[in-house]
Ligand binder design. Structure first.
Ligand code: HEC
Ligand code: HEC
Length: 296
């Protein structure tokens, strides 16, 4: 076909001279800027093929001159993170929970570590953030059954409460006496002492029953809960009995729950963690729990 440069009459664009059955091919070349970017991309891809892993070759691949691999990069990052942690973990292993609490760097490391272990192991019972649930005490307040110092909390987590552990706090099965079931108090007395506790908490109560209940309390409850119902810890008694005034109730402070608790007793079990978690982890947990709310 002869080269026949002419302009298309309709669009005014030059034709390439190609023509098929009267259809002419217009000559619309790519813009220069587009073309150069295209060449740069090709050049860049060749450099990339040479330097970085690129082509699959059956079971392997071209490794590239730099020898870079994403897997190696992750492994390096993890090794660096571990080495960074090792410094803290060694220090935590060597120090008491109280010393960790006073060291700014260790404290923030332990708080982060403690939070994640807490969410994994403790939140199921104590709630995220330690807010507690029925039967599981709040850890984010400053009311403690067994003490709120770092050392107290550390021991509670290690050995549990009424748990299968030689050093556990309280004896397995021994807790709040079942005053009704064991025939120590009559139904009427249980009713009266419940009203007394309601009155202590400024809740609606039958005044006559509450007055009779005060006497029942004095004779049966003071030995564990203290003469002002302030709880065994505040009263200096080592039995893990909670305060019954202004209480953040473990089981509940409404009339029906009080009657249920006093009639049938309670013996909550906190598992011992010394066998399941290593010591540095338990120390981090103790620091975390201590700082949740009311660490003392
Ligand atoms: C299976 C449920 C359960 C799990 C899981 C659990 N706890 Fe407990 N925890 C309890 C119960 C129940 C009590 C209260 C026992 C009682 O009634 O005396 C308690 C009590 C405590 C206390 C004592 C509070 C006080 O007032 O002295 C601390 C501290 C504590 N738990 C921390 C933890 C930590 C930290 C973990 C996770 C490693 C954890 N608990 C996991 C059930 C659980
Ligand atoms: C031998 C010690 C002991 C005596 C005596 C005792 N308690 Fe308790 N009480 C406990 C312990 C320990 C707990 C905590 C049980 C647990 O955490 O599972 C408790 C828990 C309770 C609770 C539950 C509080 C909550 O937060 O839900 C109430 C209510 C209660 N006691 C009332 C009484 C009354 C009323 C008397 C007297 C009639 C009494 N207790 C006598 C040890 C005692």
């Amino acid at each position: 076909m002869a080269r026949n440069i002419e302009k298309d009459a309709l669009s005014g664009v030059e034709t390439t001279g190609h023509e098929w059955d009267g259809l002419k091919e217009l000559n619309n070349p790519l813009p220069k800027w587009w073309l150069y970017i295209f060449y740069v991309c090709i050049a860049w891809s060749i450099v990339y093929y040479v330097l970085y892993p690129a082509w699959p070759l059956g079971k392997t691949y071209t490794k590239g001159l730099l020898g870079w691999s994403m897997r190696q990069e992750i492994a390096d990052n993890m090794a660096a993170a571990k080495a960074g942690q090792a410094k803290y973990l060694t220090a935590i292993a060597a120090k008491s929970v109280d010393e960790i609490q006073k060291d700014k760097d260790l404290l923030s490391f332990a708080m982060a570590g403690g939070r994640s272990v807490f969410n994994e192991n403790c939140a199921a019972c104590h709630g995220a953030g330690g807010q507690g649930a029925k039967g599981y005490p709040t850890l984010a307040d400053d009311v403690w059954l067994w003490g709120g110092t770092t050392a107290d909390i550390y021991k509670t987590i290690q050995h549990g409460i009424r748990a299968d552990d030689g050093d556990t706090r309280a004896t397995v099965g021994v807790g709040m006496t079942a005053f009704g079931k064991d025939g120590i108090l009559t139904k009427e007395q249980v009713d009266q002492v419940s009203d007394y506790i309601l009155s202590l908490n400024k809740k609606p109560a039958d005044a006559a029953k509450a007055a009779a209940g005060a006497k029942v309390f004095e004779e049966n409850c003071v030995a564990c809960h203290g003469d002002k119902a302030q709880g065994s810890l505040a009263a200096g008694i080592d039995v893990g009995a909670p305060p019954l005034v202004q209480a953040n109730w473990i089981y509940g402070g409404d009339k029906a729950t009080l009657v249920e608790t006093i009639a049938n007793g309670r013996a909550g079990v906190m598992p011992a963690w010394a066998k399941r978690l290593d010591d540095t982890t338990i120390k981090q947990l103790a620091v975390y729990v201590h700082n949740l709310g009311g660490g003392k």
